[in-house]
Design a protein around this ligand. Structure first.
Ligand SMILES: [Zn+2]
Length: 511
């Protein structure tokens, strides 16, 4: 039997058949999530049939073009794409993600230590069975490339079919327009190729020098310090301060903090952090709050255990976990409390009267919630410690997530304690999350849904404020957002700026 199979494999396969086999494999195996999305999007039978036909024809055409024109180079390229498709499918199926530009940004920004958190048995199986195996077939199968005439016939026939499908769907334009983001993010490999290029352009844009804001001035010499704690993937629904049934905020509950209702203006880190540090929603790259204040003479400290921050140009003291572990070897470097080391000293040794300290945390970052807190915070048990969240027991997943909120409660409370202990300083603490998180509601996990489609779990975020002088929050601040941070901090540091927008300052003006 083996011999006959070997003989058959050693015979050359006609390029048309080979392209058809590859195309059918790609369509059936890698586009099940796309077809599911099309069907769930209430598409008509015409649209569903058109998608199937289009996928087969386009994949056939591309395979034929790559093989005939590229020969071995074409095969290597196809083999690489096969592996790319397999891994993309794993992420789509496991985390229900859409491979949008933003998601590709998340992928490129993920450090190895984080990436390894995603790799379990399933990922390995996807990689080997759906990636490596078909890649080997593509590389090794002998193919009869045929004549130029047959090649031309295949290309023309495919193009005619594509035009025909397009013409039949003239009336589907509205449907396609409405579902463009979802569809575009599920067509493999185009989703990750096109969106990677778009992300690359976006990053190039971000690395440009920012547009400077008009100069700001510090208007008095009183000692003011603001600590801005940026949360990661924290959703307000799981904070007892926001009415959650479990006591996840035992410490903050006794701290007389104000918990404002808030909505994120993004569902992923880079855009969420950008919004927190921006004076208004802008597409262009404007000077971020830390740079702006540093230029105005404010002492700015940035500490981070996270990523996705805009490039900061003026902040003299920028410390990542590695720097902090070197400075504070006795601290627990694995958890976010390392960001709090020596906080009182920093405030005491401030270079000037006004000070902004930003702590960019990563406490509720999935999928391994259980690894984000020391074991004494594993209070809700059993806590899920699997990387494959979609297979995890939901209750256990929520337990692990709630423990991260419990740990956040401890971190923010510790910041407030440190501020309370500082004498002669008027202090403000603002804790705000970059976006929320899905924990299996509607079968969604993590975050990153396009904002207009995002469920409230990914959008409703905590916005917690504490001040040493019991400053009051305005009554009309019923729902706030990321852009309130910039103006409220300007106000509390007594910084005067032409871009200051009083309507976005959450605090009541003093007499
Ligand atoms: Zn984030």
């Amino acid at each position: 039997m083996w011999r006959s199979m070997r003989e058959r494999l050693s015979r050359r396969m006609n390029i048309t058949w080979f392209s058809l086999v590859v195309s059918l494999f790609t369509t059936i195996v890698f586009h099940a999530p796309l077809m599911r999305a099309v069907v769930e999007g209430d598409a008509s039978w015409l649209i569903i049939a058109s998608f199937v036909l289009l996928l087969i024809v386009v994949n056939f055409l591309v395979t034929t073009l790559l093989l005939y024109l590229g020969r071995m180079v074409g095969r290597v390229l196809m083999a690489i794409l096969m592996i790319g498709n397999a891994m993309s499918l794993y992420f789509i199926n496991t985390y229900e993600v859409l491979l949008t530009r933003q998601m590709m940004g998340n992928v490129f920004n993920t450090r190895y230590s984080e990436a390894s958190a995603y790799i379990g048995l399933d990922a390995t199986l996807y990689f080997l069975l759906l990636g490596v195996l078909p890649a080997l077939y593509i590389l090794l199968r002998k193919v009869d490339y045929g004549t130029l005439r047959r090649f031309a016939f295949s290309v023309v026939a495919s193009l005619v079919a594509i035009v025909g499908v397009g013409a039949a769907n003239m009336n589907s334009v509205l449907w396609i327009d409405r579902h463009a983001t979802t569809i575009g993010s599920l067509v493999l490999p185009w989703s990750y190729i096109v969106n990677s290029i778009r992300q690359y352009n976006y990053v190039c844009m971000l690395n440009r020098k920012p547009i400077l804001l008009p100069d700001a001035t510090v208007t008095n010499t009183e000692r003011d310090v603001v600590v801005l704690v940026i949360g990661e993937s924290a959703r307000s629904a799981n904070f007892s301060l926001y009415g959650y049934g479990r006591d996840t905020n035992p410490l903050l509950a006794a701290d007389s903090v104000m918990a404002l209702k808030a909505r994120a203006s993004a569902t992923y880190t880079t855009e969420g952090v950008k919004a927190i540090l921006s004076h208004k929603p802008v597409k262009e790259y404007y000077e971020a709050l830390p740079d702006y204040l540093a230029r105005a003479g404010v002492d700015v400290v940035w500490r981070t255990s996270n990523w996705g921050e805009p490039t900061l140009h003026n902040v003299a003291r920028y410390e990542g976990v590695k720097d902090l572990v070197t400075t504070y070897p006795e601290a627990k470097g694995d958890y976010d409390e390392i960001l709090l080391c020596g906080l009182s000293d920093i405030i005491e040794e401030a270079a000037c009267a006004k000070q902004l300290i930003v702590l960019h945390t990563s406490t509720s970052h999935g999928p391994e919630y259980d690894k984000r807190y020391p074991k004494e915070f594993r209070r809700f048990v059993p806590a899920c410690n699997s990387v494959e969240v979609s297979k995890a027991d939901r209750a256990e997943l929520v337990n692990a997530y709630d423990n991260t909120i419990l740990y956040t409660d401890y971190l923010v409370h510790t910041v407030i304690e440190a501020l309370r202990a500082c004498e002669g300083v008027r202090a403000t603490m603002i804790y705000v999350s970059d976006h929320g998180e899905s924990l299996g509601e509607d079968n969604l996990y993590m975050h990153g849904m396009p904002l207009d489609m995002a469920p409230r779990e990914q959008v409703d975020i905590p916005f917690i404020v504490w001040t040493s002088d019991d400053a009051e929050v305005r009554e009309d601040m019923t729902t706030v957002g990321h852009y309130h941070v910039f103006h409220s901090i300007l106000y509390r540091l007594a910084v005067d700026s032409p871009v200051y927008d009083a309507s976005l300052n959450i605090f009541k003006h003093g007499e």
